[in-house]
Design a protein around this ligand. Structure first.
Ligand code: FES
Ligand code: FES
Length: 160
């Protein structure tokens, strides 16, 4: 089947998509967007998190056909031509990236949180990222990165 969807602001048309193909597969293997990671393919780890019509979803659990006519934003779409998204910069600055496999999903989920709640409490951050697993960092630096991004994005004084 043919899928037409908008990804990171660009219209994409993909032919010969099998009915069982996931959105994650189409993004990575057919559209050349490998930022969303494939770790579990079971909706358990969140490494494949993308925005679908403004809602974070596990792309491995979304059938490609469900994205027909809809808007997808991947981690590649958060940065603009000039600069990384502040959440991306904060992850680097806070040392929240080790192997990096979980990072794209966490960055998408954190960016979504900060859009909804610019100064989240720690429990809010934990809840927003509860579906994203990381086996390297112990999560503390991830929390620090989200706090840092929130402070920078809201223009608050930052002490690290
Ligand atoms: S790869 Fe989709 S949740 Fe793990
Ligand atoms: S940095 Fe390795 S899984 Fe999170």
């Amino acid at each position: 089947m043919r899928i037409t969807t908008t990804v990171n602001g660009e219209r994409h048309q993909v032919d010969d998509v099998w009915e069982g193909e996931s959105l994650l597969y189409v993004l990575r293997e057919r559209m050349g967007l490998p930022g969303s990671k494939n770790a579990c393919e079971q909706g358990e780890c969140g490494s494949c998190t993308v925005m679908l019509d403004g809602v974070p979803v596990c792309a491995c659990l979304v059938a490609a056909g469900q994205a027909e006519g809809r808007e997808v934003v991947t981690v590649e779409g958060l940065a603009d031509a000039e600069a990384l998204h502040p959440v991306q910069t904060a992850f680097v600055d806070a040392g929240a990236v080790q192997c990096g496999f979980c990072t794209p999903g966490l960055v998408v989920a954190a960016a979504d949180l900060l859009q909804r709640s610019p100064r989240p409490s720690d429990p809010e951050i934990r809840e927003a990222l509860a579906g994203n697993l990381c086996r390297c960092t112990g999560y503390e630096k991830i929390l620090a990165a989200v706090r840092l991004a929130a402070a920078r994005m809201s223009g608050a004084e930052v002490t690290r």
